[in-house]
Write a new protein. Structure first.
Length: 469
């Protein structure tokens, strides 16, 4: 999320000298009066007409959260309920040369009067960026911290060292300018290095130390403690991209499922998902999300080590399919008036579980590629389940990873090298649907020299059917 930024006008949002390099927020410093003009309208029924015309001439004062229509500045007229339209500060009441032709003609016709008007600018009208430009030293204004992750009412910053002296005031302004934010925290370590569960140490900069949040993504609701599980609001597009690759009735194994941002939306689309996470708290929240979003017929949560789960899932999906497991869905409701008396109730719809896995999702960018050796032997002795014996192809793997940010082939070659070290087969960048190739999708930049990718490829037969070590 980006902190809100309003259009800047140096005349309106000139930095108060007393605010520079402040460590505490004094909102009164941002109040000022700007002499301007207003259109006093003869009849209120003319307001709409002249508002439209003055919008076209760009003479109306325009600022988010500021009302362009106000009581007439003449107390006697205001007492009669008369209104006025507030104009830009460059328009001078006593200088018709600063008026548009529309305004001059309306005045000559007696429909309006251009009168003096004081625009009161207070702290509430300043944008986050304008406030921070007023406070931060000039040398820190090239990269004002504007981006942050959100989870429900929590904003999560990752401030650079040079901004730490101003961290509390930055946090307070973020709360002021974002009504949905109540708590601002700052990360104090690196996710994925200090904690195997991708959680992080944090400090509360503003608001209560309350990280119990509820979020909505892709029409699904999730509730969790942001301090105890992994969630990244910037990955919503990637979650939707990957889920769109699944077809209803397929089986997906989500090896590092977290609280279910891939698994739960997929379950709502009728995709079978065996969703696993090693973090006991993530597993608890995943179970809650499955229940809360009513996807239990399709999504099975697990709390296992990802290395072991890859092979276990293949074995157990096959066994479950052979014993006839299926998702049972309630039959469509039939109104009593439409069904003759004695009509038996429709039977529940059964969606059979296929015997093979179609996709693996591995969303652990710091180390997902290091799990790939576990695909060796996942279908040892089960060649008859796959082409050319059937129309079924071996699973697609979608492994997220980090690599250097570059505009040449360096990151792609690096990813292929790392895949080869794990599975013993050289893949080349290309189309994931083509044997021997890997589709490498750029997800997002995570640092000036670091980018997140998703490497998608089909498990090669020499890997899937190899003896298990």
């Amino acid at each position: 999320m980006e902190a809100d930024a309003l259009p800047r006008d140096m005349n309106l949002f000139r930095a108060p000298a007393a605010a520079r390099a402040a460590k505490t927020l004094d909102r009164t410093l941002f109040a000022r009066v700007v002499p301007s003009a207003a259109v006093s309208v003869r009849e209120n029924k003319m307001l709409s007409k002249y508002r439209k015309e003055l919008e076209l001439t760009k003479e109306l004062f325009t600022l988010p959260n500021y009302q362009q229509v106000a009581p007439d500045p003449d107390p006697a007229l205001a007492a009669q309920g008369k209104k006025c339209l507030i104009l830009q500060s460059h328009i001078k009441p006593q200088e018709p040369s600063t008026w548009s032709q529309v305004l001059q003609e309306a005045s000559a016709a007696g429909d309006v009067k251009v009168v003096p008007y004081d625009i009161n600018i207070d702290y509430n009208l300043w944008s986050y960026v304008d406030v921070m430009r007023s406070i931060l030293p000039v040398e820190l204004q090239n990269e004002i911290p504007t981006g942050f992750n959100t989870a429900g009412h929590v904003a999560h910053l990752n401030l650079r060292d040079q901004y730490l002296p101003y961290k509390h005031i930055i946090a307070q302004v973020i709360i002021d300018k974002n009504p949905s934010i109540r708590t601002v925290i700052n990360k104090v370590d690196n996710v994925g290095t200090e904690s195997e569960f991708r959680t992080f140490a944090y400090e509360v900069l503003a608001g209560p130390d309350d990280l119990e949040v509820e979020v909505s993504e892709a029409g699904c609701r999730f509730r969790f403690d942001y301090a105890r599980v992994y969630w990244n609001s910037k990955l919503g597009t990637e979650h939707q991209r990957v889920v769109a690759l699944f077809r209803p009735g397929e089986v997906v194994v989500d090896v590092m499922a977290g609280i279910g941002p891939f698994a739960v939306p997929a379950g709502r689309r009728g995709v079978f998902v065996w969703a696993n996470d090693k973090n006991p708290e993530s597993y608890r929240c995943l179970v809650d999300a499955v229940r809360r979003n009513k996807v239990a017929p399709f999504v099975r949560p697990f709390n296992d080590d990802g290395h072991a789960f890859i092979r276990r899932a293949c074995d157990e999906v096959l066994a479950a399919s052979r014993r006839g497991d299926a998702a049972e869905l309630p039959p469509p409701k039939v109104s009593r008036s439409a069904a003759p008396p004695g009509t038996p109730r429709p039977a529940p719809e059964r969606v059979p579980l296929p015997p093979t896995v179609s996709h693996f999702v591995m969303n652990l960018p710091a180390s997902a590629l290091e799990f790939l050796h576990n695909f060796r032997g996942i279908y040892h002795g089960q060649e008859a389940l796959f082409a050319p014996h059937t129309e079924t192809r071996l699973p697609l793997v979608h492994a997220h990873c980090f690599a250097a940010k570059a505009d040449n082939a360096t990151p792609l070659d690096d990813i292929c090298d790392r895949i080869e070290r794990e599975i013993g087969v050289r893949l080349v960048p290309g189309d994931a649907e083509v044997d021997g190739q890997v589709g490498i999708h750029e997800v997002r930049d995570v640092a000036p020299a670091k980018r997140m990718f998703c490497a998608s490829f089909r498990v090669p037969p020499s890997v899937a059917f190899a003896p298990r070590s």
